[in-house]
Design a protein around this ligand. Structure first.
Ligand code: ADP
Ligand code: MG
Length: 270
Protein backbone atom coordinates (compact mmCIF):
# COMPACT_ATOMS: atom_id res chain seq x y z
CA UNK A 1 0.00 0.00 0.00
CA UNK A 2 1.41 3.36 -1.08
CA UNK A 3 2.26 5.80 1.69
CA UNK A 4 3.87 9.24 1.43
CA UNK A 5 4.85 10.30 4.92
CA UNK A 6 5.90 13.88 5.65
CA UNK A 7 7.08 14.31 9.18
CA UNK A 8 8.19 17.46 11.01
CA UNK A 9 9.27 19.01 7.71
CA UNK A 10 10.99 22.37 8.04
CA UNK A 11 12.54 24.21 5.10
CA UNK A 12 13.95 27.61 4.22
CA UNK A 13 14.27 29.64 1.04
CA UNK A 14 16.18 32.86 0.64
CA UNK A 15 17.45 32.53 4.21
CA UNK A 16 13.93 32.50 5.74
CA UNK A 17 12.17 29.52 7.28
CA UNK A 18 9.03 28.98 5.21
CA UNK A 19 7.86 25.49 6.17
CA UNK A 20 7.78 25.32 9.93
CA UNK A 21 6.95 21.74 10.79
CA UNK A 22 4.63 19.90 8.40
CA UNK A 23 3.16 16.50 9.27
CA UNK A 24 1.06 14.86 6.58
CA UNK A 25 0.47 11.30 5.36
CA UNK A 26 -1.04 10.54 1.95
CA UNK A 27 -1.98 6.92 1.24
CA UNK A 28 -2.76 5.31 -2.10
CA UNK A 29 -6.28 6.12 -3.30
CA UNK A 30 -6.64 9.11 -0.99
CA UNK A 31 -7.05 12.75 -2.00
CA UNK A 32 -5.67 15.31 0.43
CA UNK A 33 -6.16 18.99 -0.22
CA UNK A 34 -3.83 21.64 1.13
CA UNK A 35 -5.45 25.06 1.11
CA UNK A 36 -3.94 28.31 2.23
CA UNK A 37 -3.66 32.00 1.43
CA UNK A 38 -1.05 33.40 -0.96
CA UNK A 39 2.45 33.12 0.42
CA UNK A 40 1.60 30.49 3.06
CA UNK A 41 4.16 28.06 1.64
CA UNK A 42 2.05 25.80 -0.60
CA UNK A 43 4.37 25.89 -3.61
CA UNK A 44 7.38 25.68 -1.33
CA UNK A 45 5.93 22.44 0.06
CA UNK A 46 5.50 21.05 -3.44
CA UNK A 47 9.05 22.04 -4.43
CA UNK A 48 10.64 20.65 -1.29
CA UNK A 49 8.74 17.38 -1.76
CA UNK A 50 9.96 17.08 -5.34
CA UNK A 51 13.52 18.19 -4.57
CA UNK A 52 13.78 21.45 -6.45
CA UNK A 53 17.22 22.98 -5.81
CA UNK A 54 17.37 26.26 -3.87
CA UNK A 55 15.52 25.13 -0.74
CA UNK A 56 17.28 24.24 2.45
CA UNK A 57 15.70 21.44 4.44
CA UNK A 58 16.17 22.29 8.12
CA UNK A 59 14.57 19.23 9.64
CA UNK A 60 12.09 16.39 9.35
CA UNK A 61 11.69 13.59 6.83
CA UNK A 62 9.84 12.63 3.66
CA UNK A 63 9.45 8.95 2.78
CA UNK A 64 7.57 7.21 -0.02
CA UNK A 65 6.97 3.56 0.81
CA UNK A 66 9.91 3.71 3.15
CA UNK A 67 12.28 5.31 0.61
CA UNK A 68 13.99 8.41 2.03
CA UNK A 69 13.15 10.99 -0.63
CA UNK A 70 15.24 13.75 0.94
CA UNK A 71 18.35 11.75 0.09
CA UNK A 72 17.46 11.70 -3.62
CA UNK A 73 17.68 14.23 -6.47
CA UNK A 74 14.40 15.19 -8.18
CA UNK A 75 14.63 12.66 -11.01
CA UNK A 76 15.14 9.78 -8.61
CA UNK A 77 12.15 10.95 -6.57
CA UNK A 78 10.16 10.78 -9.80
CA UNK A 79 11.51 7.30 -10.45
CA UNK A 80 10.47 6.33 -6.91
CA UNK A 81 6.88 7.26 -7.82
CA UNK A 82 6.40 10.94 -6.99
CA UNK A 83 4.95 13.32 -9.58
CA UNK A 84 4.58 17.10 -9.46
CA UNK A 85 2.14 19.01 -11.63
CA UNK A 86 3.72 22.45 -11.43
CA UNK A 87 1.90 25.69 -10.70
CA UNK A 88 3.82 27.27 -13.58
CA UNK A 89 4.73 24.46 -16.02
CA UNK A 90 8.06 24.94 -17.77
CA UNK A 91 8.28 25.53 -21.50
CA UNK A 92 10.82 23.24 -23.15
CA UNK A 93 11.55 24.27 -26.73
CA UNK A 94 12.64 21.39 -28.92
CA UNK A 95 11.15 18.58 -26.82
CA UNK A 96 7.68 17.18 -27.54
CA UNK A 97 5.60 15.76 -24.69
CA UNK A 98 5.71 12.36 -26.41
CA UNK A 99 9.52 12.34 -26.32
CA UNK A 100 9.52 13.49 -22.71
CA UNK A 101 7.17 10.70 -21.67
CA UNK A 102 9.06 8.02 -23.59
CA UNK A 103 12.33 9.05 -21.98
CA UNK A 104 10.75 9.26 -18.53
CA UNK A 105 9.28 5.77 -18.85
CA UNK A 106 12.56 4.30 -20.09
CA UNK A 107 14.42 5.99 -17.22
CA UNK A 108 12.13 4.25 -14.72
CA UNK A 109 12.43 0.87 -16.43
CA UNK A 110 8.89 0.87 -17.82
CA UNK A 111 7.84 0.00 -21.37
CA UNK A 112 7.39 3.04 -23.58
CA UNK A 113 5.91 1.35 -26.67
CA UNK A 114 2.33 2.24 -25.79
CA UNK A 115 2.94 5.91 -25.14
CA UNK A 116 1.34 7.26 -28.30
CA UNK A 117 -1.87 5.27 -27.79
CA UNK A 118 -2.04 6.18 -24.10
CA UNK A 119 -1.44 9.86 -24.82
CA UNK A 120 -4.20 9.98 -27.41
CA UNK A 121 -6.62 8.23 -25.05
CA UNK A 122 -5.78 10.54 -22.18
CA UNK A 123 -5.89 13.67 -24.35
CA UNK A 124 -9.40 12.70 -25.41
CA UNK A 125 -10.52 12.24 -21.79
CA UNK A 126 -9.44 15.75 -20.75
CA UNK A 127 -10.12 17.63 -23.96
CA UNK A 128 -6.47 18.24 -24.81
CA UNK A 129 -5.87 18.91 -28.49
CA UNK A 130 -3.90 16.08 -30.09
CA UNK A 131 -1.78 18.43 -32.14
CA UNK A 132 -0.07 19.58 -28.92
CA UNK A 133 1.34 16.08 -28.44
CA UNK A 134 3.99 16.57 -31.09
CA UNK A 135 4.66 20.27 -30.51
CA UNK A 136 7.42 21.57 -28.18
CA UNK A 137 6.44 21.04 -24.53
CA UNK A 138 4.19 23.86 -23.24
CA UNK A 139 5.56 26.37 -25.76
CA UNK A 140 2.85 28.90 -26.65
CA UNK A 141 0.20 26.97 -24.71
CA UNK A 142 -2.42 28.86 -22.71
CA UNK A 143 -2.47 28.47 -18.92
CA UNK A 144 -5.33 25.98 -19.15
CA UNK A 145 -3.67 23.95 -21.89
CA UNK A 146 -0.50 23.70 -19.79
CA UNK A 147 -2.54 22.32 -16.88
CA UNK A 148 -4.14 19.73 -19.16
CA UNK A 149 -0.68 18.84 -20.42
CA UNK A 150 0.45 18.24 -16.82
CA UNK A 151 -2.60 16.05 -16.23
CA UNK A 152 -1.88 14.03 -19.36
CA UNK A 153 1.70 13.39 -18.22
CA UNK A 154 0.42 12.33 -14.81
CA UNK A 155 -2.00 9.84 -16.37
CA UNK A 156 0.61 8.31 -18.69
CA UNK A 157 3.47 8.13 -16.18
CA UNK A 158 1.37 6.40 -13.50
CA UNK A 159 3.18 7.61 -10.38
CA UNK A 160 2.24 6.41 -6.89
CA UNK A 161 1.57 9.90 -5.54
CA UNK A 162 0.86 13.13 -7.43
CA UNK A 163 1.24 16.63 -6.05
CA UNK A 164 -0.97 19.06 -7.94
CA UNK A 165 0.10 22.66 -7.40
CA UNK A 166 -2.92 24.79 -8.35
CA UNK A 167 -3.95 22.49 -11.18
CA UNK A 168 -7.18 24.53 -11.23
CA UNK A 169 -5.60 27.87 -12.10
CA UNK A 170 -6.26 28.89 -15.68
CA UNK A 171 -8.82 26.14 -16.29
CA UNK A 172 -12.33 27.07 -17.34
CA UNK A 173 -15.25 25.28 -15.69
CA UNK A 174 -15.47 22.49 -18.26
CA UNK A 175 -11.73 21.83 -18.28
CA UNK A 176 -11.67 21.88 -14.49
CA UNK A 177 -14.39 19.24 -14.40
CA UNK A 178 -12.62 17.06 -16.98
CA UNK A 179 -9.24 17.29 -15.24
CA UNK A 180 -10.73 16.70 -11.78
CA UNK A 181 -12.69 13.67 -12.96
CA UNK A 182 -9.61 12.20 -14.59
CA UNK A 183 -7.52 12.67 -11.43
CA UNK A 184 -10.28 11.17 -9.31
CA UNK A 185 -10.53 8.30 -11.81
CA UNK A 186 -6.81 7.60 -11.36
CA UNK A 187 -7.25 7.38 -7.58
CA UNK A 188 -9.93 4.75 -8.06
CA UNK A 189 -8.42 2.82 -11.00
CA UNK A 190 -4.80 2.79 -9.95
CA UNK A 191 -4.78 3.74 -6.29
CA UNK A 192 -3.05 7.04 -7.02
CA UNK A 193 -2.50 9.15 -3.90
CA UNK A 194 -3.10 12.89 -4.44
CA UNK A 195 -1.92 16.00 -2.65
CA UNK A 196 -3.94 18.78 -4.25
CA UNK A 197 -2.74 22.28 -3.44
CA UNK A 198 -5.13 25.12 -4.10
CA UNK A 199 -6.42 28.35 -2.69
CA UNK A 200 -9.83 28.00 -4.28
CA UNK A 201 -12.51 25.73 -2.95
CA UNK A 202 -13.99 25.32 -6.43
CA UNK A 203 -11.45 22.60 -7.25
CA UNK A 204 -12.86 20.56 -4.38
CA UNK A 205 -16.40 20.68 -5.68
CA UNK A 206 -15.11 18.49 -8.54
CA UNK A 207 -12.23 16.61 -6.95
CA UNK A 208 -13.49 15.06 -3.75
CA UNK A 209 -10.93 15.33 -1.00
CA UNK A 210 -10.88 12.81 1.82
CA UNK A 211 -9.13 15.31 4.01
CA UNK A 212 -8.53 19.05 3.87
CA UNK A 213 -5.61 20.79 5.53
CA UNK A 214 -5.26 24.53 6.03
CA UNK A 215 -1.73 25.84 5.65
CA UNK A 216 -0.98 29.22 7.23
CA UNK A 217 2.53 30.64 7.49
CA UNK A 218 4.20 27.29 6.91
CA UNK A 219 2.15 25.25 9.37
CA UNK A 220 -0.97 23.11 9.07
CA UNK A 221 -3.29 24.90 11.46
CA UNK A 222 -6.43 22.84 10.82
CA UNK A 223 -7.37 19.51 9.22
CA UNK A 224 -10.75 17.96 8.65
CA UNK A 225 -13.43 16.86 6.22
CA UNK A 226 -15.53 18.86 3.76
CA UNK A 227 -16.76 21.08 6.59
CA UNK A 228 -13.35 22.82 6.50
CA UNK A 229 -14.10 24.01 2.95
CA UNK A 230 -17.56 25.22 4.00
CA UNK A 231 -15.98 27.18 6.82
CA UNK A 232 -13.42 28.72 4.43
CA UNK A 233 -16.21 29.65 2.02
CA UNK A 234 -18.04 31.41 4.85
CA UNK A 235 -15.25 33.29 6.55
CA UNK A 236 -12.16 33.05 4.33
CA UNK A 237 -8.78 32.59 5.92
CA UNK A 238 -9.35 35.28 8.55
CA UNK A 239 -10.07 32.90 11.41
CA UNK A 240 -7.07 30.76 10.52
CA UNK A 241 -4.72 33.71 10.15
CA UNK A 242 -5.18 34.35 13.85
CA UNK A 243 -3.33 31.11 14.37
CA UNK A 244 -0.33 32.58 12.52
CA UNK A 245 2.33 33.11 15.14
CA UNK A 246 5.20 34.30 12.94
CA UNK A 247 6.81 37.51 14.25
CA UNK A 248 5.49 39.64 11.35
CA UNK A 249 1.91 38.58 12.10
CA UNK A 250 2.06 39.22 15.84
CA UNK A 251 1.08 42.77 16.74
CA UNK A 252 3.94 44.79 18.16
CA UNK A 253 3.33 46.26 21.61
CA UNK A 254 2.17 49.87 21.64
CA UNK A 255 1.99 52.63 24.25
CA UNK A 256 4.39 54.99 25.93
CA UNK A 257 5.70 52.39 28.32
CA UNK A 258 6.64 49.88 25.68
CA UNK A 259 10.38 49.48 25.34
CA UNK A 260 11.16 49.90 21.64
CA UNK A 261 14.32 47.85 22.07
CA UNK A 262 12.69 44.92 23.81
CA UNK A 263 12.21 41.74 21.81
CA UNK A 264 8.41 41.27 21.87
CA UNK A 265 8.74 37.69 20.65
CA UNK A 266 11.11 36.47 23.30
CA UNK A 267 14.72 35.66 22.70
CA UNK A 268 14.94 32.01 21.62
CA UNK A 269 18.52 31.87 22.89
CA UNK A 270 17.69 33.20 26.35
P1 ADP B 1 2.15 29.94 -1.92
O1 ADP B 1 2.40 28.92 -2.97
O2 ADP B 1 1.39 29.41 -0.72
O3 ADP B 1 1.51 31.19 -2.45
P2 ADP B 1 5.06 30.05 -1.77
O4 ADP B 1 5.44 28.72 -1.24
O5 ADP B 1 5.24 30.31 -3.22
O6 ADP B 1 3.55 30.40 -1.31
O7 ADP B 1 5.86 31.15 -0.96
C1 ADP B 1 5.86 31.21 0.45
C2 ADP B 1 6.74 32.35 0.90
O8 ADP B 1 8.10 32.01 0.66
C3 ADP B 1 6.51 33.66 0.19
O9 ADP B 1 6.66 34.70 1.12
C4 ADP B 1 7.61 33.70 -0.87
O10 ADP B 1 7.95 35.01 -1.19
C5 ADP B 1 8.74 32.98 -0.15
N1 ADP B 1 9.63 32.25 -1.08
C6 ADP B 1 9.32 31.19 -1.84
N2 ADP B 1 10.37 30.78 -2.57
C7 ADP B 1 11.38 31.61 -2.25
C8 ADP B 1 12.75 31.72 -2.64
N3 ADP B 1 13.28 30.87 -3.53
N4 ADP B 1 13.50 32.69 -2.09
C9 ADP B 1 12.98 33.54 -1.18
N5 ADP B 1 11.70 33.49 -0.76
C10 ADP B 1 10.92 32.55 -1.28
MG1 MG C 1 1.96 28.73 -5.00
Amino acid sequence: MTELVISGLRAAAGGREILRGIDLTVRGGEVHAVMGPNGSGKSTLSHVLMGRPGYEVLGGSITLDGVDLLALPAWKRAAAGLFLAMQYPTEVPGVAVQTLLEEALVATGKASGDVRRLMVEEAELIGFDERFLVRPLNVDLSGGEKKRNETLQLAVLQPKVAILDEIDSGLDVDALRAVSRRVEGLTNERGLGVLAITHYSRLLTELHADRIHVLVAGRIVASGGPEVVDELERSGYAAYRELDDTPAAVAAPTGALADPFADPFGDPLA
